[in-house]
Design a protein around this ligand. Structure first.
Ligand code: FES
Length: 635
C-alpha cells in the first residue's frame, strides 16, 4: 500500500500519509495541532487520541498512564498508521486558544513621548519634499538630486534606493513640478527609499508597521499606523511550533536533528504570524502592500528559528548562538504576507538564553534611564532576569523547567480557559474551593494557580517546609494515587473532563525545583554585584505568567525576594510593547542596540554559587528563614 488514509474526527479531516507515519505527524500534516510537550518523544503523555476504526501499531515505550490505557487512548506520537484509520482527538489533547497578553490600548501617544521618553520618529516614515528643478547650469541627476534633498530632511548620509523605485523616479519627480512624497525606511545609519509618489500626498500614502512578540508559547502581533503612531489592532494566538515540543530545547533538538526540522519550525512560526496578520489586515481594510516595516522581539532560539538560522549550538556547552544581532531582512525572504520589500528587524540577543524579548522589555522598563536599582524578571520555562540601572546592567537566565507553564505537572496546563488560577482550603475540614480562568469547569491548573496552590497547601499545613504531603491528616482528599501520595483539588464530578484534578508529591517536587532555580538566579546576580535583596528598589515582572501572579504567594513560597509589595510592579507583555515603541521611534530602536551590547551576562552554570543557592532554596520558603521575615509566622 503506497498511502494510507487517516481521518480525524470530529472535524472529519482526512489526510493521506505513508504507512508507518505517526498519528502526531499525520495530525500536523492535517493542520490539527495537538499538545505535544515532549515534541513526540513519548515522555509527556499529552498527545492522547482514540483510534475509532482501523488498526495502528503502538510502540510500547511511551508514557501512557494506566487510566488512559483503560479508556482506550493511545499516544499519537507512539501510534503508527499501517492501514486506513479513523482517529478521534479529545479536547484535552488540543492546543486550544491561549490567553495572549496583548496590552490592548496601552500604547497611546503619551507612551511614546512621555512615559518612556522616546521621540516619535518611525523606522519607516513618509517625507514630503520639494526639489529644486534642474537646468543647464545645474544638471545633477535625478537620484542624486533626491538624495541631496533627503539628506537635508533626515539625519542620515547612507541613503539607498531599490531598483524598481529608481526606475520610476524620472516621471514621478516631474509629474508635480518636483514635489514628491517618499517613504523611507531607516535602520540605524542606513536608509532606503522604499516608495515614492508625485505631489505632497502624505495623507494618502498609507504606511503601516507590525510589532511582533514571538514567545515560545504564544505569538502576539500589533498593527501600527506609522503616520499617527497609534495602534490599529492587536491579535495573538499560540505558537504553532508547539506541535514540535513545548519548550525551547525540544524545538532546538527538532531543528538540529530532524531532516526538515528547521524548515518545519520556521514555516510553523511564519504561518502563525501570517494568519494573525491576514486577520488584522482584513479587519482593518488595509492592503498587504501598505505594511512596510516589522520589528520582532523573541528569545534567542525563537529569533533563530524565525529567520531560519540553526539554533543547534545554543543548547550545547558553551552555549553559543549563531548571531546576537541579526541583519535586517526583507519580508519576501521569510515568506511574510506583507509588502515583499518591507524590512524585518529583530531585537538583538544578549546570550543564548537572554534574548531580544528581554532587550525589548528593557525599553519599556526604561532601564537605560533609571537611577534606581531595578530587577526585571520574566518567568517562563527559563527565568530571565536583569539587574541594574542606567550605569550598569547584569543579566542571567536560569532553567526553571516547564512547571510554571504547567509542564511536568500531572494536571498542569497553560493559562487558558478552564485553568485553576486560585485555590482556597478550609483549614479545619480541608475542603477546597477553586476559581478558574473563564469561570468554567476546571480542566487543570496553570502556573500562577500552582504557585497559589503551593502557598495555600503550606498555609493550612497540608505540606511541610520540604513540600511533603502530611499524609496523616484526616481528609479523604489525601490518598495514594498512580504516582504515590496525592491531594485531590477538584473531584471528577466537578471537572470539565470528569477526572479528579490532583497535585502529587512529584508535582510538588518539580514546583520546588522551579521556584528554587528562579530565586537562586536572583541571589547569584545580587552576589555577583555585591548587593543584598533589600537594596533592590523596584522589581518589574514581565510576561504572561507575571500577569496572573500573586506576589504574596510568590514571596510565601520563596520564589521572589521578601520585599515590600509596593516595590513590585507588573509590566505585562513588555516584549510586544517594546517592539511597538521601537517601531515608531528611531531613538528607541538605537537604545535597544545599546542595551543589548551593554549588559554583562552571568553564566549561572559556571562556578558553585548558583548550585549552593539552589540547594538552600529547595524549601518553603527557604532554609534560611531570616531571608523571609514576613513568612515566618506560618504553621
Ligand atoms: Fe506524545 Fe509527548 S507523549 S508528544
Amino acid at each position: 500500500m503506497d498511502k494510507v488514509t487517516v481521518l480525524f474526527t470530529p472535524e472529519n479531516i482526512a489526510i493521506q500519509v505513508a504507512p508507518g507515519t505517526s498519528l502526531l505527524q499525520a495530525a500536523n500534516l492535517a493542520g490539527i495541532n495537538l499538545v505535544s510537550s515532549c515534541g513526540g518523544d513519548g515522555t509527556c503523555g499529552r498527545c492522547l487520541v482514540k483510534v475509532q476504526d482501523g488498526h495502528v501499531r503502538v510502540s510500547e515505550s511511551g508514557n501512557l498512564s494506566a487510566r488512559a490505557k483503560q479508556a482506550g487512548l493511545v499516544l499519537a506520537c507512539q501510534a503508527f498508521a499501517d492501514s486506513n484509520v479513523v482517529v478521534n482527538i479529545p479536547s484535552m489533547s488540543r492546543l486550544a486558544e491561549h490567553q495572549v497578553l496583548l496590552d490592548e490600548n496601552q500604547l497611546m501617544e503619551e507612551d511614546i513621548e512621555t512615559e518612556e521618553g522616546f521621540s516619535f520618529l518611525p523606522l519607516c516614515r513618509t517625507i514630503e519634499l520639494t526639489l529644486s528643478p534642474p537646468n543647464l547650469a545645474e544638471n545633477v541627476a535625478d537620484w542624486e538630486r533626491l538624495q541631496i534633498a533627503l539628506r537635508s530632511a533626515m539625519n542620515c548620509s547612507d541613503i539607498r534606493i531599490s531598483l524598481p523605485v529608481l526606475s520610476r523616479l524620472p516621471e514621478v519627480l516631474r509629474a508635480d513640478d518636483w514635489r514628491v512624497t517618499v517613504i523611507v525606511t531607516q535602520i540605524n545609519d542606513c536608509a532606503e527609499v522604499v516608495d515614492i509618489a508625485a505631489g505632497h500626498v502624505q495623507k494618502n500614502l498609507k504606511n503601516y508597521g507590525l510589532a511582533i512578540d514571538i514567545g515560545t508559547t504564544t505569538v502576539a502581533v500589533s498593527l501600527i499606523d506609522l503616520v499617527s503612531g497609534l495602534p490599529v489592532g492587536n491579535k495573538g494566538t499560540y505558537n504553532r511550533q508547539a506541535s514540535f515540543g513545548d519548550d525551547v530545547i525540544s524545538r532546538i533538538i527538532h531543528a538540529s536533528e530532524g531532516k526538515n526540522g528547521l524548515a518545519e519550525l520556521q514555516s510553523a512560526i511564519v504561518n502563525t504570524i501570517n494568519d494573525l496578520v491576514t486577520e488584522l489586515l482584513e479587519l482593518s481594510h488595509i492592503e498587504t502592500n501598505e505594511v512596510r516595516i516589522v520589528t520582532v522581539a523573541g528569545n534567542t532560539a525563537m529569533t533563530h528559528l524565525f529567520l531560519g538560522l540553526s539554533p543547534k549550538y545554543i543548547r550545547l556547552e558553551p552555549y553559543i548562538p549563531l548571531a546576537a544581532a541579526t541583519p535586517a531582512v526583507k519580508a519576501c525572504e521569510l515568506g511574510l504576507k506583507i509588502n515583499p520589500a518591507a524590512y524585518v528587524v529583530c531585537f538583538p540577543s544578549v546570550a543564548s538564553y537572554v534574548g531580544g524579548d528581554i532587550v525589548s522589555g528593557l525599553l519599556v522598563a526604561n532601564l537605560a534611564k533609571e537611577e534606581r536599582i531595578t530587577l526585571f524578571i520574566d518567568i517562563g520555562t527559563n527565568g530571565e532576569m536583569v539587574l541594574g540601572n542606567r550605569d550598569w546592567l547584569v543579566t542571567a537566565a536560569c532553567s526553571a523547567g516547564p512547571a510554571f507553564e504547567g509542564g511536568g505537572i500531572t494536571h498542569g496546563m497553560r493559562a487558558m480557559k478552564g485553568a485553576i488560577d486560585n485555590i482556597a482550603i478550609d483549614p479545619a475540614t480541608f475542603d477546597v474551593e477553586v476559581t478558574t480562568i473563564g469561570r468554567c469547569r476546571a480542566q487543570g491548573i496553570c502556573g500562577s494557580g500552582l504557585i497559589n496552590c503551593l502557598a495555600t497547601l503550606r498555609a493550612v499545613g497540608i505540606i511541610d517546609r520540604a513540600g511533603k504531603l502530611q499524609t496523616d491528616l484526616p481528609t479523604p482528599r489525601l490518598r495514594q494515587g498512580d504516582d504515590g501520595w496525592e491531594f485531590v483539588l477538584v473531584y471528577g464530578k466537578d471537572t470539565a473532563h470528569g477526572r479528579d484534578i490532583v497535585i502529587t508529591e512529584n508535582d510538588l517536587k518539580n514546583l520546588l525545583r522551579a521556584k528554587a532555580a528562579v530565586y537562586a538566579g536572583i541571589r547569584s546576580m545580587l552576589h555577583a554585584v555585591q548587593l543584598t535583596e533589600d537594596m533592590i528598589d523596584c522589581v518589574l515582572i514581565a510576561g504572561g505568567f507575571g500577569n496572573y501572579l500573586n506576589i504574596r504567594d510568590a514571596v510565601t513560597i520563596g520564589l521572589l525576594p521578601d520585599l515590600p509589595a509596593e516595590r513590585y510592579k507588573f509590566i505585562g507583555n513588555s516584549s510586544l510593547k517594546g517592539a511597538r515603541i521601537a517601531l515608531i521611534s528611531q531613538e528607541a530602536w538605537q537604545e535597544a542596540q545599546i542595551l543589548g551590547s551593554k549588559m554583562t551576562y552571568l553564566e549561572l552554570s559556571a562556578g558553585n554559587e548558583f548550585m549552593d543557592e539552589f540547594m538552600s532554596a529547595l524549601f518553603l520558603p527557604h532554609t534560611d528563614m531570616t531571608r523571609f521575615p514576613s513568612v515566618t509566622n506560618l504553621k
